[in-house]
Design a protein around this ligand. Structure first.
Ligand code: ZN
Length: 182
């Protein structure tokens, strides 16, 4: 049985708070929540289920968006048509980032923000992340482009930052030579 997640809206102050490190072993309920997030994000990117359950498509979610101030992020990336990779990182840290910046050409979206927010969000083109998997094993990930943007977006949630905080209010769109649009 699939039940869509209840995701907090941007008006909820929890989204502006800092999350705490998670200790291992993970609780059964946290493990279950991670499974539910993976399913929700995967279904939201499959047209049939998106329609059936009235989901908004999204590739990432952080625990605070469910009201839990824990440093856990989940990304479900469609790397090929209909094929998905899951990333679960606990206590993630960005340990290095490229000087080169990029921005999604069409701007970013967020499952907690139920309105259009226009503007380019500058992000590092490549980052290296350290953290832990669900079993508490240390992991290190090197990601780039769209996936790097997704990780930066989700890690921001752990620090109470929403993507539009990073849009320049006076000049929301970059010019052609100012940043690489992806
Ligand atoms: Zn978000």
């Amino acid at each position: 049985m699939f039940k869509p997640l209840k995701i907090l809206d941007e008006k909820n102050k929890i989204l502006r708070m800092h999350s705490k490190d998670v200790e291992f072993p993970l609780s059964e309920s946290d493990k279950k929540t991670i499974e539910n997030i993976i399913k929700h994000l995967t279904y939201s990117q499959i047209e049939k289920y998106e329609k059936q359950y009235n989901l908004r498509p999204g590739m990432g979610l952080a625990f605070p968006q469910l009201g839990m101030l824990k440093k856990i992020i989940v990304i479900v990336h469609e790397y090929e048509d209909g094929k998905f990779d899951n990333y679960v990182v606990i206590n993630p840290k960005i340990i290095s980032s490229s000087e080169e910046m990029v921005a999604l050409e069409t701007g970013e979206g967020c499952l907690s923000i139920n309105r259009e927010v226009e503007g380019h969000v500058p992000r590092h083109a490549r980052i290296t992340i350290s953290g832990f998997d669900v079993d508490g094993n240390p992991i290190k990930l090197r990601v780039r482009e769209e996936l790097a943007v997704a990780f930066q977006h989700e890690i921001d949630h752990l620090n109470g930052i929403l993507f539009y905080d990073r849009i320049n209010k006076d000049k929301p769109f970059f010019g052609e030579n100012e940043i690489r649009l992806i």
